[in-house]
Write a protein of this length. Structure first.
Length: 201
């Protein structure tokens, strides 16, 4: 029997940066950034990769406005995580790290529980902002596919005076699946993620 979804995902905080970007202007609720590419955005049925395959398996196709403007190399969409100020406060509290930088990230199934709020396309410039929140030794190993497949997750939290905090975490279970080859990862993917984790330690 398949175990029930976890209430939260044990994760390691690896990036924290304050940004002010037009695509995040007016953000007043916690949200999550997803990396996706054109094949996954196919109207016939989006196919989410890696650790997102089941949690987003029931999600509707991305809106036409998102699919039409998605860059050829792939891009990022923002999906709300909260429907009230209290929900946002709960997400912010859960993402506070302990002395070892560990956090309890929201369950991947929260998006299904919220009825798959409609995502919006955001600029790939935010990927550069995410990089600014990491040590240089980690940046060289940071890869779009590790976000797309869910080993890394990025959360956007409203802050003061229009700033938004972008928190990047490593999902411990998803990363372990990649490293052990349980996720069907290539040798290159496993090596890259291991190097990233070593740099983050």
């Amino acid at each position: 029997m398949k175990p029930p979804p976890r209430a939260s995902e044990a994760s390691l905080l690896v990036g924290d940066v304050l940004v002010r970007h037009p695509d995040l202007a007016g953000l007043d609720a916690a949200a999550e950034l997803f990396a996706t590419d054109l094949p996954e955005a196919d109207l016939a049925g989006p196919s989410w990769a890696g650790a997102w395959r089941e949690p987003l398996g029931g999600a509707p196709a991305l809106p036409q406005a998102v699919r039409g403007d998605l860059p050829d190399e792939g891009g990022f969409v923002l999906r709300p995580l909260a429907s009230s100020p209290a929900d946002t406060a709960a997400v912010q509290e859960a993402l506070k790290c302990d002395a070892f930088r560990r956090v309890q990230a929201p369950s991947r199934w929260i998006h299904a529980n919220l009825g798959f709020p409609e995502p919006t396309l955001v600029s790939n410039e935010l990927f550069s902002e995410v990089r600014y929140g990491m040590a240089p030794s980690m940046v060289r190993w940071l890869d779009f596919d590790d976000i797309r497949e869910g080993a890394l997750r990025i959360f956007a939290l409203p802050d003061f005076e229009g700033d938004v905090r972008l928190l990047t975490v490593v999902d411990e279970a998803a990363a372990a699946a990649v490293i052990s080859d349980a996720a069907g990862a290539t040798g290159v993917q496993r090596k890259r993620l291991l190097q990233f984790l070593h740099a983050a330690a």
